[in-house]
Every structure is written in structure tokens, then in C-alpha cells.
Unconditional design. Structure first.
Length: 151
């Protein structure tokens, strides 16, 4: 097998066409004039039932991915799909107390700057009690050697 030239690799990277994609998808589309059918997931035997030795890691991996085709549409299928997110502590599910209602329910996990500010400064609103917010600084200095990419 010939080693591809640097220019051809760069060209493939620009169009995101790997050899596997060319072989499995594009060739099939050119020959049959339709998209190939594939599946996701692992068809390997569950490690505990396998007669072959498996590494310890295999016993703790997720074995499948739930994928819908076409993707679920949260607007048209709102009876079975929800993007709501609750912020706050969860109480014992076997009891019912006023503390169970002490959560912030958001219609979506995606927040605008204004919505985030409302949550951040919730403690300053005298009508709302019992919530404490904390800001976690997620910024870091990119020139710090401990966070830089390995050489």
C-alpha cells in the first residue's frame, strides 16, 4: 500500500473524508445510489457472559446508545419529550414536604445572559428565600505550563 502524500491527506481532512468513510459510505452511495444503513452500539458479548478474557474496564462501559431516526422533535412531541431542567436539592421521593417544591424549574438547559444573571443574583431578591448561589471560576491561563498541551 502506498503512503499517501501530505497534500492528499490535507485535502481529505478539509473535506472530512477519511479512508473508512470513503470505503463504507461514499463508495456505497456511488454504487447503489442510496445512503448505507448502519447501526450504532456494540455487538460484543456482555463481559460477564463471555468466555474470552476481558479487561476490567469492559465491565463498566455503556453497551448501547439510544438513537432515534428522525431525531425527536421537542415541539411536536412535547408529550414524550421535555427539555425542562430543575435546579436545587432533591428530597426523599418517598415523602412529601414543602422542601420538595424548593427548586428552580427552567424550560430549557440553555440560558440567556439575562436568565443566568437572574439565577446568579437570586439571593438579592427579597421575595425569594432559601437559595444560595456560588460562582465557580472556570477560566484558566492558557500559558500556564500545567494546563498547556504536552510537547
Amino acid at each position: 500500500m502506498l503512503t499517501p502524500s501530505h497534500a492528499s491527506i490535507v485535502r481529505q481532512q478539509r473535506v472530512s473524508a477519511t479512508a473508512k468513510r470513503l470505503r463504507l459510505i461514499i463508495r456505497h452511495m456511488a454504487q447503489v445510489s442510496e445512503e448505507p444503513i448502519g447501526s450504532m452500539g456494540s455487538d460484543a458479548t456482555v463481559p460477564v457472559l463471555s468466555h474470552q478474557p476481558r479487561v476490567l474496564y469492559d465491565y463498566f462501559t455503556q453497551l448501547f446508545a439510544q438513537v432515534t431516526n428522525p431525531p425527536l422533535d421537542a415541539i411536536r412531541e412535547e408529550l414524550v419529550t421535555s427539555t425542562r431542567v430543575a435546579i436545587g436539592g432533591e428530597e426523599n421521593l418517598l415523602t412529601e414536604t414543602p422542601q420538595h417544591c424548593h427548586q428552580i424549574v427552567l424550560p430549557s438547559p440553555v440560558l440567556s445572559v439575562q436568565e443566568l444573571a437572574k439565577i446568579r443574583y437570586l439571593e438579592e431578591n427579597e421575595r425569594v428565600t432559601g437559595f444560595k448561589t456560588v460562582v465557580v471560576d472556570g477560566l484558566f491561563d492558557v500559558v500556564e505550563p500545567s494546563l498547556a498541551a504536552p510537547l
